[in-house]
Write a protein of this length. Sequence first.
Length: 675
Amino acid sequence: MQSAVFTDLVFLSSQSAGELPILNDLAIIVGLSAVVLYVISKLKIPSIVGFLLTGMLIGPYGLQWIEAVHEVEVLAEIGVVLLLFTIGVEFSLTKIAKLKIQTLVGGSLQTFGTVFLFFLIYMCFGAPMNTSVFVGCLIALSSTAVALKILQDRAEIESPYGRNALAILIFQDVMIVPMMLIAPILAGQSENPVLAFFAMGAKGVLIVIVVYLLARFGVPKLLYSVTRTRSSEMFLLAIISIGLVVAWFTSWLGLSLGLGAFMAGLIISESEYSHQAMGGVLPFRDLFISFFFVSIGMLLNVEYFFLHFPLIIIATILVMSLKMILVCASVILIGSPLRTAVLTGAAICQIGEFSFILASVGLKYDLISDSAYQLFLAVSILSMIFTPFVIQFAPLLAKEANRLPLPERLKHGMKPEDEAAGPKRNDHVIIIGFGVNGGNLARTAQAANIPYVIIEMNPETVRTQKTKGEPIFYGDAAHEAVLEHACIHTARILVITIADPAAAARIIELSKRLNPSVYLIARTRFMQEVQPLFKLGADEVIPEEYETSIEIFTRVLMKYLVSKDSIEQMVGKIRSDGYQMFRSPSPRKLSLNDLELNPSEFAIHTLQVSPDSPAVGRSLEDINMRKKYGLTAVAVRRYGKILPNPEGHWVIYDNDALIVLGPPDKIAPFVETML
């Protein structure tokens, strides 16, 4: 019976795979991409190149291993949407507002300048005016996915040239809409272009209003309600839902999904949960963006590429060089220094993914021929492959450009420029969890003027402590984006105060991978959890059950008058042995010979003198405790101060605390007499 059921399951699964070619295709894409990426990583080649080569190899113009080409393109579009969503989360409306000059002026100069230049070049080759304008539009757009992915990998997206590149790319992504609207106009098939542009402007204003209202009033309250449930699944679904709804809304208005995803990211960036959102979305983004680059590689006609290889190489170099020069000029005109301009030009000198969409519209309206379309695809893909190498070479090129005999004002820029946004914290403590232990540690760090930051998963605690001025934010420290926001790379110490061994293990592994030099202290409840955390990289692990036992036996030994040095020596030995002495199943292996105590001979007791006590107003000589009881007064605590070795003539006052030493059986009668 079981064998028959198993056979049926295998049959059904194989039948499903046959009915859904996308499953086989995904297995091929993921498997081959892993192999290609492994090879190129050994050659120090960027991963984007590996994905593009994978697409060229398995695509319809290569080995033809992929059947569900359309489905892969859908996954690729999801990758672009997620990439732009994460870019929006990293920025904010405030940061975007600061980029208005770069976006409006720099973006306009670059886009319209590129359109005009390539319009003239194409006209020189005898092309019609409408085709020349359309080709200029195709080349003017750069690849948001390629440029921003490289900038993110290099952690340079908030550098001066990274901000310039982002600003110009935002303008280009907005301009794809009017470019698609003018395509039928250039083909002579549009009825009312003025009305179309007016409608587009109204949609843009509507989107800006909706984004502002959601960012300020709607989404923060929604996410606060979701985080109070403590459900990570619900939080992730809420984040993805917000992104998809806003992207759908912009698409419904006739704008691009990518622009909507970017707007959705901006909305979430205004909330205090943005870094947790980033951590949840990043794995999906990295997976789907790989499908995007593979799908781009699949577009290339390999046969056409090799037949026209010299033409494609020359055209690619010409396009990238001219675009880089135009971007440099645009960035210099808005006041940036020459070095920043060169780096910005290197980042966005390729042809973009939205150009493919625009090119398909041009084919529909016969604005470009099939051969021109293939040349455009080949140049575009080759420019994407070259971009990582151009960006790596750009600093050297910028250095050489600064050696040219150019005006100093051109080299240094016409306005002061902010440097790259460096870490906000340095040499600080990261505290994971704000319970009793985390709160005590934070207060101690504050009193000692030690910089610290707190990561907490309770939204109510985060909101309450933020109002008190604590450097705290919401997030799961097991996510890389959350630790990055806490500046893990520049932290000196990371302390895990949460009593969750599974979460602690993930945090330790990730923290040590991001910053191998960080000193990591972890709290755990039970002894069996200590060694696994040590193996993951923890420098110190403090188990509650044994720290409690140490405190208990310390108190006991102190009551038996064991010297403080002996107790500290014993505690130090236990801790240095990794608690092995306590873990021994045989108590005989735990030696206490060094303590040299005789617990039956002496005891110490503190007697609080009440106002009605017979001792009030009498001296120690009058009480005569040594002769009557065999006790010795070793100290008196008066008004919070300890007065050691009191003289016989000292008078006992009300509320004094008399500390006496002697046999335990003598202390009890003395206490009863003095009460």
